[in-house]
Design a protein around this ligand. Sequence first.
Ligand SMILES: O=C(O)[C@H](O)[C@@H](O)[C@H](O)[C@H](O)COP(=O)(O)O
Length: 257
Amino acid sequence: MPTSPSPPILYSFSTSKELSDAVAHFIVKAQKESIEKKGRFTVAISGGSLPKQLNALIGKPGLKWDKWQVFYADERVVPLDHPDSNHKLCMDELFSKVPIPLDNIHTIDPSLADDIEELSDAYEQELIHEFAQKDSARFPIFDLILLGVGPDGHTASLFPGHPLLTEEGSWVAYIEDSPKPPPKRITLTYPVINHAARVAFVASGAGKADILKTVLDKPEEGLPASRVRPAAPGHLYWFLDDAAASKVEYPKTPYKL
Ligand SMILES: O=C(O)[C@H](O)[C@@H](O)[C@H](O)[C@H](O)COP(=O)(O)O
């Protein structure tokens, strides 16, 4: 049974190249451990600036792309080739440049867009198909969930003050009033995020400095990103650049490549 969360581990890097290289190194290591244990690597990825920051994975040795099972931590309810689609973004930035079998990338079904509840349930079924039969767990245990953080402290499509923050049963939930456009989205819920083996936030730039100070130094304020606390044996990692980390007092750990 999961127990109380271990403290977050914060890394900060002086350049965006060092940040991307460390994130790639971390992912290779997580992938290796997961494949050794279970023969597969289950990952959930957010949108925003994150997919671009994964570019150090392109051409990196040691990656077993055929063992990856990729889901989206959140997705905008738009066609898969729409400029707002997180899937399109991830394809453009990463997946079209690496030998991952397309069947291993689990997208929403935009043909259900007229009924967002059905679309969200169908995505939950996609997760159940991957996880429930194999791990028979109440919630899926992702090997890695990669998240960003927005200027209001949101993460995935979990926004401050939204009723979704208290969702306890569903694996996937939908929102139709996202303050960040586009308004219709689906998102993994906290029970899923907080059951993961590893959750890693990646954020960069001085524009994130104030919100990261609140998220990391004042978790009691309960911003959505502060509520990400994977239960033991899960771990939470923050990969920042020095500009983003400039106001944070939470102690940094040196990253060992
Ligand atoms: O689809 C989305 O909108 C994202 O998943 C969202 O949660 C994102 O990760 C943050 O808004 C940070 O975005 P940036 O990295 O672009 O600041």
